[in-house]
Write a protein that binds this ligand. Structure first.
Ligand SMILES: [Fe+2]
Length: 281
């Protein structure tokens, strides 16, 4: 039985639902520098699989701004077996799943907000050209940070990196990690459940500039940033896709080895050390 951290869990791909798979695929291809690598016919243009260097996205027909699943890859077969055993032992009923992006043995679990999370082993992929920015974290919106933290941290063994706590002692944000990256999964307290945003890690400031120039060339304006988050200390810019999904391009995300969990105050400065923040609650 292994924790998600021992199994080396990292965000590998996302499956988003959209009422317009073809339209959203064009956006991610052009603006997010990905290519359609597979297309399965079906309603409203079918299922699109897009890929760029380190980033993969599946788009298929469904309500806007909803998660099909998040795919977390594990370091090796022992990691996969060990995390599956842990999910089983904690009553999460891991379900075998066949997906083209993971090898045999992948399994799915469902969190308290009905988000589907798939764990598996990454498949070899051809080298891909494009702007640097592997998909790096998924942030959920939830009405119960406690329930989401309980599921991912206590049951699956993601490690809590930081929490944001308001004046009444209520946890409004929890950042969790499956490896040394400060967070590859987080949740924000909101009056709804679903996706808050997903992020690509550009690594360094100059690459954020290149992404912003790319967005400008496609007429996409920044909706937030540039700024620097307190928790994770990462530089960021945000844009919105045509469905209203928030996309973050980040750099310099903290790498954690051993340090205590930090509690941050629920205020704008926590979410943006440089200026204004988009508060979720
Ligand atoms: Fe983020």
């Amino acid at each position: 039985m292994l924790t998600a951290v021992q199994a080396g869990a990292y965000l590998h791909h996302l499956h988003l639902y959209t009422p317009d798979p073809a339209g959203l695929a064009s956006f991610y291809a052009e603006v997010m520098d990905m290519a359609v690598v597979d297309l399965q016919s079906g309603p409203r243009g079918g299922t699109f699989m897009l890929a760029g260097p380190g980033r993969r996205l599946i788009l298929s027909d469904g309500p806007a701004k909803t998660l099909g699943h998040a795919g977390f890859a594990l370091r090796d077969q022992d990691g996969l077996d060990g995390l599956c055993a842990r999910a089983e032992a904690h009553g999460l009923a891991p379900t075998p799943i066949v997906t083209p992006l993971f090898g045999p043995g992948a399994f799915a679990v469902t969190d308290p907000d009905h988000n589907t999370i798939v764990f598996g082993l990454a498949q070899p992929e051809p080298p891909r050209r494009g702007l640097r920015g592997p998909v790096q974290h998924l942030t959920l919106a939830t009405k119960s940070v406690r329930a989401i933290e309980g599921f991912y941290a206590e049951k699956l063994g993601f490690a809590v990196a930081d929490r944001v706590v308001d004046a009444t002692g209520r946890v409004t944000t929890c950042f969790m990690r499956g490896n040394h990256e400060h967070h590859n999964l987080a949740c924000f307290l909101q009056d709804r459940a679903g996706i808050d945003h997903h992020a690509y890690e550009a690594g360094e400031w100059d690459t954020i500039r290149d992404w912003a120039d790319r967005f400008a060339a496609h007429g996409v304006t920044l909706m937030w940033g540039p700024g620097r988050h307190g928790p994770g200390n990462n530089l960021f810019i945000f844009i919105e896709d045509p469905d209203g999904n928030w996309i973050e391009v980040s750099a310099e995300l903290e790498v954690i080895h051993d340090r205590p969990v930090k509690e941050w105050p629920h205020e704008e400065r926590t979410l943006n050390l440089w200026g204004r923040a988009i508060m979720r609650s």
